[in-house]
Ligand binder design. Structure first.
Ligand SMILES: NC(=O)c1ccc[n+]([C@@H]2O[C@H](COP(=O)([O-])OP(=O)(O)OC[C@H]3O[C@@H](n4cnc5c(N)ncnc54)[C@H](OP(=O)(O)O)[C@@H]3O)[C@@H](O)[C@H]2O)c1
Length: 263
């Protein structure tokens, strides 16, 4: 399928590792100019080096801690001076702190609010005018299957990602006439640093090994395998493409069939 993405400008946040990195790689391979950002300069440098080896890669890296308003403003200013604006915004972030309600203090709630919800709000506010001007835009939020069914020990994800989903649907109505779509991709289990850490944490509590936790995860997935960042990236590329221009306000779960509800 011709995606029509050549020379579009895309910003992918939290893109030094895992799902964000997979999305950035896929957009680079489609011929997009891609700005990657993350909070750790060393991680970002490694990712930039790897991406620069992709034939024809147009890629730029800007350090940005998504929990810092000033970093988001700086990211915007750097991108604006380089490219004027962007066509595609992929809102990814680090994983919210795991834990049950009784375990999480207000500091963790405040952090996750900025991390999951206000980061995208701030980025959309800053980059929307350039999309409106071009009368073309794609906003794609990486969320989680937690928006379909709560994950018991991920209450911060459950709470703020459903808020982000509501934001996306509301904005999709508002910007549709500007040819700007707003959608979410909700991963199931994907093999990244984050899922390894979650499995190790769980293993400490249950007394199982991380391998046993992974086997259990697999057994809950009809496809019988843990996803790869590329599985998520394929959905992001599709939603960014011209072919998806009539899809907005939607959430695609990419989970090997893991979500048990109809929708
Ligand atoms: N993996 C899964 O199974 C799964 C399932 C559902 C949802 N998700 C969600 O998808 C998102 C990505 O997960 P992942 O599995 O790819 O995680 P990951 O492999 O741990 O990668 C997280 C990324 O976030 C960046 N990051 C962390 N804190 C940041 C900050 N303050 N500001 C900017 N960037 C930051 C990290 O880069 P630096 O350290 O360089 O900043 C890294 O690039 C998370 O929100 C996660 O909860 C994951």
């Amino acid at each position: 399928m011709e995606t029509g993405l050549r020379n579009k400008t895309a910003l992918v946040t939290a893109a030094s590792k895992g799902i964000g990195k997979g999305c950035a790689a896929a957009l680079i391979k489609e011929g997009c100019r891609v700005i990657i950002s993350s909070s750790n300069a060393k991680n970002l440098e490694y990712a930039l080096k790897e991406f620069s080896a992709i034939p024809g890669a147009q890629v730029h890296a800007v350090k940005c801690d998504l929990n810092l308003k000033s970093d988001i403003q700086n990211l915007y200013e750097q991108v604006k001076s380089l490219y004027g604006g962007i066509d595609i915004l992929v809102n990814n972030c680090g994983g919210p702190h795991p834990g049950f309600f009784e375990e999480l203090g207000e500091d963790k709630w405040d952090y996750a609010y900025d991390q999951v919800l206000m980061g995208p709000v701030r980025l959309i506010k800053l980059f929307l005018p350039s999309m409106k001007q071009k009368k073309w835009g794609r906003i794609i939020n990486i969320t989680s299957l937690s928006v379909f069914q709560p994950i018991d020990n991920l209450i911060l994800s459950n709470t703020f990602r459903t808020g982000l989903t509501a934001l996306a649907k509301t904005l999709s109505n508002r910007f549709a006439a500007n040819n700007i779509t707003v959608n979410n991709v909700a991963p199931g289990y994907v093999l990244t640093q984050r899922i390894k850490e979650l499995a190790e944490n769980k293993a400490k509590v249950t007394g199982e090994t991380a391998e046993q936790i992974f086997e259990k995860m697999k057994s809950e997935i009809p496809m019988q395998r843990i996803g790869q960042p590329e599985d998520i990236a394929n959905a992001v590329v599709f939603l960014a493409s011209e072919g998806a221009s009539y899809i907005t306000g939607n959430t695609i779960h990419v989970d090997g069939g893991r979500v048990v509800s109809y929708f």
